[in-house]
Design a protein around this ligand. Structure first.
Ligand code: ZN
Length: 169
């Protein structure tokens, strides 16, 4: 496993639309392992492949609390089958927009379909933090960042802040 560099705004690669995965094989599992290690190292709770520069529809996630055992989740070619009409605000952050947090409103429940780590087709319902996180990560697959939901002023401020942070690192 390896820790991969995480791209940050305004890297144009983050705006790319990721391509569907054709087969869940060992090479893809190696990518998912590296993504998970990278996410834990950051640390973060979700990571899309495009954030490490790979334009594939792959997401890793772990929503377990610090005092719980790790619960890694893998989503290949995820699709949202339905979502409810209730929106709820949630303060989001993103490893590609470090140290910036702001509120985004999203549907509170979504029904998902995806392939897991072994290529098995799964359908399930997500709510709470899981719903927020999967929608945030799936936006990455379309080249959308959470700051794209904010006002232009806030978005520009966020990008400037990250640029400074990256330069100082
Ligand atoms: Zn993100």
């Amino acid at each position: 496993m390896a820790i991969l560099p995480i791209l940050t705004v305004p890297d144009p690669i983050l705006k790319q639309v990721s391509k569907p995965v054709e087969v869940v094989d060992d090479a893809l599992r190696a990518l998912m392992d590296d993504m998970l290690e990278t996410m834990y190292d950051a640390p973060g709770i979700g990571l899309a492949a495009i954030q490490v520069g790979v334009a594939k529809r792959v997401i890793v996630m772990d929503l377990s609390r610090e005092d719980e055992e790790k619960q890694p989740r893998y989503f290949v070619n995820p699709e949202i089958l339905s979502k409810n009409d209730d929106l709820e605000p949630y303060e989001e952050g993103c490893l590609s927009v470090p140290e910036v947090y702001d509120t985004v409103e999203r549907p509170t429940k979504v029904r998902l379909r995806y392939l897991d780590y072994h290529g098995k087709l799964i359908e399930e319902e997500a709510d709470g933090m899981f719903a927020v996180c999967i929608q945030h990560e799936m936006d990455h697959l379309q080249g959308v960042l959470f700051i794209d939901y904010l006002s232009r002023l806030k978005r520009e401020r966020a990008v400037t802040r990250v640029k400074k942070l990256v330069r100082a690192a």
